[in-house]
Structures are given as C-alpha cells and as structure tokens.
Design a binder for this molecule. Structure first.
Ligand code: ATP
Length: 288
C-alpha cells in the first residue's frame, strides 16, 4: 500500500519504453465558439495524457472545468480544436470507435422499449444475427441483475435499475474502453455505493479499461487505480494521483485509514481550483 507522499505520478505521456497506451491525447484543446455576443469558451487543455490498458481511471475537477468535454473528445463525440486523440493506436476523429462504450448521467433508456429490447438495441442496429444477440443480451441482463425485470419498461424501474439498463446496453456491445460521465449522479448515496461495487465487478470481469467522471471524491478514490485532478477551466490535469488499491477492492475499503489520506489529498488539490472556478462563474454572471 502506498503512502500519501508517493501518490503523484507524471501527467505527461509515458516514455517510449512503456507499454502502448490504450488511448492517448496529445496537445488536445477544445474551444467552443462564442454564443450570442459572448466570448468563445476555452473549455479544455492543452492536455496530453495516456490511458493505460485495463486501468480504472477517474477524473475529478471543479464544476465547469471541462470534464464532459474531455470525455466527448476522447470518445469521438466531439472533435478537438487542436491536438490528436488515438484509441488502440488509431486516430479518433468525429465518431465513436468500435470498442468504445459511453454511459451518461441522464437516464438514456428508451421508455417505449422493454428492458430486454433496450439492451438489444445497439446489436440490432448493428445487424448482429439473432442468436448472437440473444446470447449477449442474456449475458448482460444476467450480469447486471436484471433477469426479473427483462419485460419491464423503464418507467416501472427505480433510477438505479434504469442506470443498470444503460450499463447493460453498453456492456452488450463488448466495449474494451468504457467511458462514464457521472453515471450515478442522480442516485441516492446507498444506491451509488452499490452501483460502484457493480462497476468494479464489471471492470474486473471484462478486463475493459474504464474512465469515470465524477464529482464525488470518495467514489473516485474507492473505484480507481488513478485519479486525474483537473484545474479550473480550461481543464488540464494538475496531478494524477495513484491509489495503489488491490484489484479485488470493494466499498469496505472506505473503512481503512489510507483511504481517508487519499481523499484528503484529492481535496487539497481541488480546493484552490474550485475557488478559482467559482470566481470564473461569478465573473461570467456579472458580464451577462
Ligand atoms: N456547446 C457549448 N458551447 C459553449 N460552451 C460550452 C458548450 N458546452 C460546454 N460549454 C462550456 O465549456 C465549459 C466546460 O464544460 P463541461 O460541460 O465540459 O464541464 P464539466 O466539468 O463537465 O462541468 P460540470 O462539472 O458542471 O459537469 C463550461 O464553461 C461550459 O459552460
């Protein structure tokens, strides 16, 4: 187990001798054009960063610092203004590559489809044959504990169960990189903890690389191998904190004293940036 003093790791790309990264951002920025008489918004970067094969990486940062923008650029949902993004060595350019799955905070299930049909949606759209679709849907539904709800509609489910449907929908596509943007943000604390354990199980059993965006420092701490702490906008990593937790961890980790040391470290890095971000927000309000 590492001590707090050993947490920081370089935020620059790995050296040539290191294993190939699963995904890489090099000199990436994202600037949003000015809206109705305002200024353009420099939301992100420049940011250079490697996601390691099979790691659980979380991103924390002050409100509005560019976390979702980072996820959009990494997933191919948005193009960087400058710089390059690669996934498994190939450029990511304006479209989500095969092998990348994205889960959002808002409930993205289709209300008119049953759980089963929601989960099968992506495979059917991709033209996967019926037997393979059945096999994969069966696996994902079982994995996410949805067997008893397969014929239910999203409106009949709790928020936590609906989010399980969304994760199952991603899982069925067999992603090698899973990107999650505040997936548990709308859930109560207990459900959040249980969903965190589920996410860890999914990560361990699929071997996928996971990048999670969260506001909750304890959640980032518990789930992650590494945590990227972002500055106020334009977001850059001010430090990447390495937790050193075992792969077999679960929410009982939160009872350990080293756990508190990591959360304190995250907050000490974030506090000043959060104050800076609040100042940016107040200045923008005054201008409006
Ligand atoms: N389409 C857009 N046009 C203009 N500005 C945008 C657009 N999308 C985001 N922004 C701005 O870019 C900045 C970064 O936004 P982003 O949503 O990436 O931050 P975030 O860290 O995910 O925010 P939050 O913590 O509130 O979820 C914010 O100032 C936001 O207002």
């Amino acid at each position: 187990m590492r001590t707090a003093a050993a947490f920081a790791t370089p935020v620059t790309p790995a050296s040539a001798a290191a294993p190939a990264p699963h995904a890489r951002l090099e000199g990436v920025t994202r600037v949003y054009p000015a809206r109705s008489g305002g200024d353009e918004v420099h939301a992100l970067g420049p940011i250079s960063f490697d996601l390691r094969q099979g790691e659980f990486f979380s991103v924390v940062g002050p409100s509005g610092c560019g976390k979702s923008t980072l996820l959009d650029v990494l997933s191919g949902l948005a193009k960087p203004t400058e710089g390059t993004v690669t996934f498994e060595g190939a450029p990511v350019d304006g479209k989500v590559p095969d092998g990348v799955g994205v889960v959002f905070q808002e409930d993205a299930s289709f209300p008119w489809l049953s759980v089963e049909d929601n989960v099968a949606f992506g495979l059917r759209r991709a033209g996967t044959d019926a037997a393979e679709t059945r096999r994969r849907v069966e696996f994902a539904i079982g994995f996410m504990g949805l067997r008893d709800f397969r014929r239910a509609y999203p409106s009949q489910l709790s928020g936590g169960m609906r989010q399980r449907v969304c994760i199952a929908r991603t899982l069925v596509m067999q992603p090698r990189l899973i990107l999650l943007d505040e997936p548990f943000g709308a859930l109560d604390q207990q459900t959040r903890l249980l969903m965190g354990d589920e996410l860890l199980r999914l990560w361990r059993e699929t071997g996928a690389t996971v990048m999670l965006i969260t506001h909750a420092l304890d959640e980032a701490n518990l789930l992650s191998d590494r945590i990227g702490v972002m500055s106020a906008r334009p977001g850059r990593f001010i430090e990447v904190v390495e937790t050193g937790w075992d792969r077999e961890r679960d929410s009982s980790l939160a009872e350990r004293s080293e756990f508190g040391a990591v959360t304190s470290r995250l907050w000490s890095l974030l506090r000043g940036e959060s104050l800076r971000a609040m100042g940016q927000g107040q200045a923008a309000e005054k201008r409006a």
